[in-house]
Design a protein around this ligand. Structure first.
Ligand code: HMG
Ligand code: MG
Length: 298
């Protein structure tokens, strides 16, 4: 029994653009968010408030937040690693924030310069501030199906980090295959384990498509009753701290899969494909969505 409805979290403006080396203007970023809005996305990760020395591309996130057209009912999210980032996100008008921890020690060090337990500790003051400001906090766990430095990651380790994130107040946790090495069997086994303790409707899947397995992993997740997926228009992206990792699964490809399964999502595929092509033209890069390429060549 597959879910009848899915919520897609569009991470293109953040996870997608964060890795682009070339400068992208604030106006182009705003246009992307507005286009995604028009295509019907209900949750959009607009940017991140991290150290500009670590991820220079996200330095203009506050201006992007101030410049976008806001549609009622749409949630505009920001990725925040610490209290400083949270305060900046709040000032910029983010509706929600997301914190991120890793399931592998080595990735935690490379990505946020501290151990897993230190990172969880750092989130505590952020969580308290978010609670006081009435801002919901989403949690991410990265490297859930493999780490570029440590290799195999034990599902029990993912559960332990996810459990901590819920315990400190995250309303939902998205588990990320940061380097896209996972396969369908491992994905099912992971969600099966997580769901022993965490309600399935509070778990999201965040798949990068490095090995071309993301759609298969999403289908496997749907079979496990998962109803929330992160994706990136035109398959934009990569991770600055995971060498060789490609973008997230393309939103257009996920929408096409869901259409075929009769699962509701609220997104207009042709507008979405146009939004993806527009940002690809700005970046001068090939469209990473197979579905968009097929639709736009007709
Ligand atoms: P650090 O150097 O250990 O931190 O970095 P620090 O507290 O010592 O601060 C160093 C400098 O950064 C200071 O400035 C701080 O003010 C500044 P200085 O005195 O040197 O001028 N700083 C900040 N500036 C702006 N905003 C902030 C902020 N915090 C400190 N929030 C830190 C620690 C976490 C800040 C750093 O490692 C960092 O920013 N990392 C971000 C890494 C990142 O964004 N990675 C990509 C996103 S995660 C991802 O893509 C995975 C995901 O998609 C899921 C998946 O795919 O699995 C979510
Ligand atoms: Mg990611």
């Amino acid at each position: 029994n597959l879910p009848s409805k899915v919520r897609l979290v569009e991470v293109g403006p953040r996870d997608g653009l964060q890795n682009e080396k070339q400068p992208i203007s604030v106006a182009d970023k705003i246009q992307l968010v507005n286009d995604l809005n028009a295509a019907g996305l209900s949750t959009i990760e607009v940017g991140s408030f991290v150290s500009p020395k670590w991820v220079p591309q996200m330095a203009g996130s506050a201006e992007v937040f101030t410049g976008i057209e806001r549609k009622p009912g749409v949630v505009y999210q920001a990725l925040t690693p610490n209290l400083k980032g949270f305060e900046a996100a709040l000032a910029a008008g983010a509706d929600e924030v997301a914190v991120f921890a890793a399931a592998s020690e080595a990735f935690s060090q490379k990505n946020i310069n501290c151990s897993i337990s230190e990172s969880l500790e750092r989130f505590r003051d952020l969580m308290a501030a978010a609670q006081a400001a009435n801002i919901p906090v989403r949690g991410y766990v990265s490297c859930v199906l493999g780490c570029p430095y440590d290799g195999e990651v034990a599902p029990a380790q993912v559960l332990s980090v996810a459990r901590e994130l819920f315990a400190m107040g995250c309303y939902e946790v998205s588990v990320g295959d940061t380097i896209g090495v996972g396969t369908a069997g491992k994905t099912r086994a992971l969600f099966n384990l997580l769901a022993r303790e965490i309600p399935r409707e509070k778990l999201g899947g965040h798949f990068h498509d490095t090995y071309g397995q993301a759609l298969a992993n999403i289908y496997a997740s749907l079979q496990e009753g998962i109803e929330i997926f992160d994706s990136s228009v035109a398959g934009l992206g990569g991770c600055p701290y995971a060498k060789g990792a490609t973008g997230n699964v393309a939103t257009e490809d996920v929408v096409y899969l869901l259409n075929g399964l009769g699962i509701q999502h609220g997104i207009d595929l042709s507008r979405l494909a146009a939004a993806g092509q527009r940002i690809c033209d700005v970046l001068g890069r090939a469209n990473g969505s197979r579905v968009a390429r097929a639709l736009l060549s007709q």
